[in-house]
Design a protein around this ligand. Structure first.
Ligand code: FAD
Length: 489
């Protein structure tokens, strides 16, 4: 019997797995997709929020603040490139300044440090491309950016090194409460576990209902985002936010960890949990919102787009048969007395990426309180070797690397300067799909969208994993790239 079984290998499941791997426990992670980080954790803004836009008494506010601190330590341990860039929430009118002051005071109550109001002169000097009609801003220097998928991969790799077992392409179909413990049924067989952690993102409500707890629904809220060319890297020096609305932080101009500015996200209620479409209308809305903040943004600079679904939870009011489902504002992290041993970690909308390490600690605390012995391993491996990315090291270092291994000089993706060696390393670290390679290395992320490198990447993946080219997929079964071998007489 497994001690702890985690459902979902997004940033939340991966953070919990890594945190639990410090202890003498048997741990398994079940993930329905071909690779970790293929759920919501791959399609977000990558911002490590400082905690400025959460109610002072909220769980997500507390965990965001704690996560913002923890992520810095984790980035150091796991060789990730967290960058503290700071955020500016801007005001165009005197009334908006009053709202900023309220946000500031609430954030200070929560404990967000070093907040200050900055005026027009400060903004002109430090953010020259900002709309000159902005009259003031709330500056939070502790906001940062990170590559969201590389964070998940680093957490998974480290957890794996510390003994966690990962089962991908393993969708949980049903859970039987065996009191004590659970039988988790998947198409790949049955797993038995003492404790189950539901970190299934968009499907957390369906997983929870399997053990008879169905007092919440996950209502996806779509966010479309548009990525700009790296040549606009210095468009802004900070993350730029408008004043938040009731449902979202608004349309932002984002400085990403990899250098491409990004604009978005939109906020649209949708029914379909698999709706990842982007639309002309979404682009129009996002573009208008972003241009209001930074007027020089041009549509010609957009090189790619995606949409992600926020995991907004709705909580039942009344009996479950006649329930109304008003929007819930906070994370749902709780031990379910109805199914002892089952913990829901649901409704993890923004700032879930930021809060994930703190969520993991909270879940460990709940497990310990509920009887799971947490005995520390002496041989826990805390660190992970920093993967090499030519795009973020100086040329002199690249030259040294090429002297040691010529594969570093074999550039596969010219837009993003990714070498064959980096692709091979990504495959040894677990990449099995073209998206898995892209998220780990950035190959195919540039202006040409992989027109130059796709065939070469497929060939490397095919050779390294001994998979026929016809079975290579973009992101798992059903997304095969070529239909059949072409024979030439
Ligand atoms: C547009 C957008 C922008 C955002 N920006 C930010 C930001 O800048 N900063 C921030 O802090 N947060 C941000 N967020 C929020 C953040 O992305 C999420 O809070 C976080 O990714 C949630 O992670 P998760 O692990 O709970 O979910 P997921 O990443 O979705 O992971 C859940 C996993 O469970 C798997 N799963 C589901 N069902 C099953 C099953 N039956 N069996 C097995 N596996 C299953 C899924 O395949 C998935 O991999 C943003 C969100 C969106 C949509």
């Amino acid at each position: 019997m497994i001690d702890v079984l985690i459902i979902g290998a997004g940033v939340v499941g991966a953070s919990i797995a890594r945190e639990l791997s410090r202890y003498k426990l048997s741990i398994a992670v079940l993930e329905k997709e071909e690779e970790p980080a293929f759920g919501v954790s791959k399609s977000n803004s990558g911002i490590i929020h400082p905690g400025t836009q959460n109610p002072a008494g909220s769980l997500k506010g507390r965990l965001c603040l704690e996560g913002n601190t923890l992520i810095r330590r984790i980035s150091g341990e796991l060789g990730l490139d967290f960058k503290e860039v700071g955020e500016l929430i801007v005001a165009f009118t005197e009334d908006e300044i009053q709202r900023l002051l309220t946000i500031k005071s609430e954030a200070e109550t929560l404990g967000v440090p070093e907040l200050k109001m900055v005026d027009k002169a400060w903004l002109r000097a430090n953010e020259p491309n900002l709309n000159p009609e902005v009259i003031a801003a709330l500056y939070a220097p502790g906001a940062g950016v990170i590559s969201p998928y590389r964070l998940v991969y680093a957490l998974c790799e480290n957890a794996l090194k510390n003994g966690v077992k990962f089962y991908t392409q393993t969708r949980v179909e049903n859970i039987i409460f065996t009191n004590p413990g659970f039988e988790i049924q998947t198409l790949k067989g049955v797993f038995k576990a003492r404790y189950v952690i539901n970190a299934a993102g968009l499907y957390a409500d369906e997983i929870s209902a399997m053990v008879g707890v169905n007092d919440f629904r996950i209502r996806p809220r779509k966010g479309q985002e548009f990525i700009l060319d790296k040549k606009k890297e210095n468009l802004t020096n900070h993350l730029i936010f408008p004043l938040p609305s009731k449902v979202s932080k608004g349309i932002l101009v984002i400085k990403t960890a990899d250098g491409n500015p990004m604009i978005g996200p939109s906020a649209e209620e949708v029914e379909d949990k698999e709706d990842s479409s982007t639309t002309e209308e979404g682009l129009k809305k996002v573009f208008e919102g972003a241009k209001k903040l930074v007027p020089s943004i041009s549509q010609d600079d957009i090189i790619a787009y995606f949409s992600g679904l926020r995991l907004a939870a709705a909580l039942a009011i009344g009996s479950q048969t006649t329930a109304l489902w008003p929007a819930g504002d906070d994370f749902i992290i709780r031990y379910e007395d109805k199914a002892p041993g089952f913990i829901n970690v649901a409704g993890i909308q923004s700032p879930g990426l930021t809060a994930a390490p703190a969520i993991a600690k909270m879940v460990c605390g709940i497990l310990e309180e509920k009887g799971l012995g947490l005995e520390k391993k002496e041989d826990f491996i805390c660190e992970r070797e920093k993967p090499i990315h030519l795009f973020n090291i100086p040329l002199s270092e690249t030259e040294e690397l090429i002297k040691k291994n010529a594969s570093y000089g074999d550039i596969v993706c010219r837009c993003e300067m990714v070498s064959a060696k980096e692709v091979e390393d990504a495959i040894s670290a677990g990449a099995r799909t073209m998206d898995g390679i892209k998220f780990r290395t950035r190959a195919q992320s540039g202006r040409c969208h992989g027109s130059f490198c796709t065939t070469r990447l497929m060939k490397i993946l095919s050779e390294e994993t001994k998979t026929p080219l016809t079975a290579i997929t973009k992101r798992g079964k059903g997304s095969e790239i070529v239909k059949g071998e072409r024979t030439i007489d």
